[in-house]
Design a protein around this ligand. Structure first.
Ligand code: ADP
Length: 380
């Protein structure tokens, strides 16, 4: 799809711009329809609540209903339908009430109707222009909701296109980068003897750049793959298995740094092991990388909150100044040069993406020069 097509406003189908009328007496219903017709508002008359729900399923901008036409069962059926609607939808209802002072019975009815959400009460006898104005307002509100839906759909589509682009680009870049690394190795093996010092240095720079690009591209691939996590909650899996797998992958770095790593007893969580492992590996890998010149201690703990697990990974490393504690989770955001601390600035963005896909959060509390605690939540 080209950009122009993405930007063109989509016209909602005609059914989505009509008002549904539910009035017990045929004459009332046709009077309202006639009143709306004067304003060129399309309307459909429904004989009962079941028919109203049927019409709602085909699409509508709103409904005008006479209070007495709604039995408790009818209200339940409509509420059931409304509950299945997407978040952008907030269907306006205008309810025609009987005239007179409010009494316990009318108040009870009003309470029952409140489940319909977006309702306006109109006391009868209502003047035709009052009916028209309230329906015009309902229609305008609904058209704004359709606009919101259109924007959301466009955003979702553009996002999916971008994801696909990032994935294909990083995937397809892998092979040429691998070739640069391989051929620079072959060059130095076969022709290393005829190169002078500068030549050897240039070649080693080529190799180092290719390896760095390889890491960048593979991190980007992990980042795009983290987007494909489905919404469904997986069966609970042992968090300890994920942590141990992360530690196994970090063995060399752990040994080199002499880090002492401890952890609380860990629960079973509804997160795929590979994703939890990625979070642990990035956080513990960072704790090792951003250490100070003193014995490194890392501790993983967990506690249960209402309906989720709160994990934390604590280190006594270099810490992060207050003003950077949010931005470090952004893609490519780094606080140091590659020379000082190698990295791509993608690790925390991956952690954030995974946590958010599981409806969790990730953040850091830290003091510069003292250490950091990274927190993240996942469903219990
Ligand atoms: P990378 O480590 O590849 O740069 P990350 O996205 O993992 O990328 O981290 C982003 C930045 O956050 C790092 O460059 C570093 O400045 C900071 N950071 C992350 N973890 C820590 C930590 N445990 N202690 C201090 N700084 C950290």
């Amino acid at each position: 799809m080209n950009n122009q097509a993405l930007l063109e406003p989509a016209t909602p189908p005609a059914t989505e711009e009509r008002i549904l009328i539910l009035a017990p007496r045929g004459r009332d219903a046709s009077l309202i329809a006639g009143t709306l017709a004067e304003d060129r508002i399309a309307a459909a008359i429904c004989p009962d609540a079941a028919a109203l729900v049927g019409h709602l399923e085909e699409g509508a901008a709103g409904a005008i209903v006479a209070e007495e036409a709604l039995t408790q069962q009818g209200v339940n059926d409509i509420a059931h339908f409304l509950a299945s609607q997407p978040p952008w939808s907030d269907l306006p209802f205008v309810v025609l009430t009987s005239s007179g002072r409010a009494n316990p019975a009318t108040e009870k009815k009003a309470q029952e109707l409140a489940v319909l959400g977006n309702i306006t009460f109109l006391e009868r006898p209502a003047r035709p222009d009052t009916v028209r104005t309230s329906m015009r307002a309902a229609l305008r509100a609904r058209l704004r909701q359709y606009e919101m839906r259109r924007r959301q759909e466009t955003l979702t589509r553009v996002n999916a296109d971008l994801e696909q682009f990032a994935w294909s680009a990083s995937h397809d870049l892998q092979e040429p980068i691998r070739n640069v690394a391989i051929y620079s190795d072959m060059l130095s093996m076969r022709y290393g003897g005829v190169l002078d010092d500068s030549g050897i240095e240039f070649l080693s720079n080529v190799k180092a750049a290719a390896l760095r690009m390889q890491t960048l591209v593979s991190d980007l691939l992990s980042y795009t793959q983290a987007a494909s996590i489905t919404e469904e909650a997986p069966e609970p899996g042992e968090a300890e298995a994920a942590l141990l797998a992360a530690l196994a992958n970090l063995t060399a770095a752990i040994n080199r740094s002499g880090a002492s790593i401890t952890y609380d007893p860990l629960p079973a969580v509804r997160v795929r092991e590979v994703h939890l492992q990625q979070i642990f590996q990035n956080l513990i890998g960072n704790a090792i990388k951003y250490r100070r010149d003193e014995a490194l201690r890392i501790h993983v703990s967990v506690e249960q909150k209402d309906g989720y697990w709160l994990f934390s990974v604590k280190d006594n490393g270099i810490g992060i100044a207050q003003e950077y504690q949010e931005q470090i989770f952004g893609l490519f955001k780094r606080l140091h040069t590659h020379r000082k601390f190698p990295g791509t600035g993608i690790g925390l963005a991956i952690c954030q993406r995974i946590a958010e896909r599981y409806r969790g959060r990730i953040w850091v509390e830290s003091e510069l020069g003292k250490g950091s605690v990274f927190f993240f939540t996942v469903p219990a």
